[in-house]
Write a protein that binds this ligand. Structure first.
Ligand SMILES: Nc1nc2c(ncn2[C@@H]2O[C@H](COP(=O)(O)OP(=O)(O)OP(=O)(O)O)[C@@H](O)[C@H]2O)c(=O)[nH]1
Ligand SMILES: [Mg+2]
Length: 311
């Protein structure tokens, strides 16, 4: 195992670039939630890939991060801080650049931040299937060539692009430090707990079934996770909304919307757990919960160093 390499590979890009989709694809597991809306990922999520065989051996701990944004306060300030922390703490960085990005300046800003970090890095161009944006692939490639950056082009919709998966993994490993052995057990694909994965799945379904500002102003926390309850595991979660009138919007007429959220989330959680569960979800209003340090800490949306911004 003398050439075994391991470390943290941060995925950096603007909101909606396809970072979470890319991580799930590379790890071949549903670790991060994915929605068509920007600012879905709120805190860093680890997806782990280990390869003990073949010429290139190593363990990559991918770090999915919130999309890079600028914000002064509240939850969004945490998202910005978290993304910058991922840049600071990773061993290797991947610039995730989507062909549907409207502004070239946004891409330049992301690339600047990465270059400034002086860490080894490469880029992945995503959504190459979007034919009407095909010319942008060339623009992106030119930007990256000018920086002398290695890059890969991917699409989740077209299998021919997916052959790049192993090349991306091998390249990422080649940039990591030699560690002799894995940093985590070689059979785990994430450091997230079942509780955390379950909460995230419910949040994903809220993006799907709740509209306008609701998904951006809600959070999910776990109340009970009893894997040993008599018949099937009992999972009890709580959707926190920030305004009293949001409650009714999540629950829907006659409870229909919450039923849909619950039923889809249950299927997702059962897939991860590999067994049937009993899921109950309640909806609670905690007025402006994102201004409450205690709740933000409990949800994992808080850094001590970021305290002033979160106040
Ligand atoms: N057409 C197309 N859509 C893609 C591709 N990859 C991702 N998407 C879609 O792009 C949207 C955003 O994907 P995410 O993976 O959630 O993006 P993200 O960068 O993690 O977004 P944030 O967490 O909000 O920063 C989803 O609707 C994905 O299905 C792709 O290769 N082709
Ligand atoms: Mg994401």
């Amino acid at each position: 195992m003398s050439n075994f390499r391991a470390g943290f590979v941060g995925l950096i890009g603007e909101p909606n670039a396809g970072k979470s989709t890319l991580m799930n694809f590379l790890v071949q597991e549903k670790v991060s939630i994915v929605t068509p809306k920007p600012q879905t990922t709120r805190r860093r999520i680890h997806g782990i890939h280990t390869q003990q065989e073949g010429l290139v051996q190593g363990q990559i701990i991918f770090v999915d991060s919130p999309g890079l944004i600028h914000a002064k306060e509240g939850l969004n300030a945490f998202l910005e801080y978290e993304a910058l922390e991922v840049i600071r703490e990773s061993d290797v960085l991947v610039a995730v650049l989507s062909v549907d990005t409207e502004k070239k300046e946004t891409l330049e800003e992301i690339l600047n931040l990465i270059v400034k970090s002086k860490k080894p890095w490469f880029a992945v161009i995503t959504k190459a299937d979007l034919r009407d944006k095909a010319h942008r692939v060339l623009i992106l490639k030119e930007m990256l060539n000018n920086l002398g950056a290695k890059h890969f082009t991917l699409s989740m919709k077209e299998t021919e692009y997916q052959e790049a998966r192993q090349d991306i993994l091998d390249h990422a490993i080649s940039l990591l430090p030699v560690t002799e052995r894995p940093l985590y057990e070689d059979d785990i694909f994430t450091t997230e707990t079942l509780r955390q994965l379950a909460c995230e799945i419910v949040r994903e379904k809220c993006f799907e079934f709740c509209h306008q500002e609701i998904p951006y102003n809600m959070a999910v926390r776990s109340i009970l996770f009893d894997e040993h309850s008599k018949k099937v595991p009992h999972v009890s979660l709580e959707i926190l909304v920030a305004k009293e009138n949001h409650k009714g919007m999540v629950i829907g007429k006659g409870g229909e919307n919450l039923k849909k959220i619950g039923s889809e989330a249950r299927k997702g959680i059962e897939k991860i757990m590999g067994e049937k569960i009993f899921l109950d979800i309640k909806v609670t209003c905690r007025e402006n919960w994102y201004k409450n340090l205690h709740i933000m800490k409990e949800l994992g949306y808080f850094h001590e160093k970021n305290r002033t911004k979160n106040k």
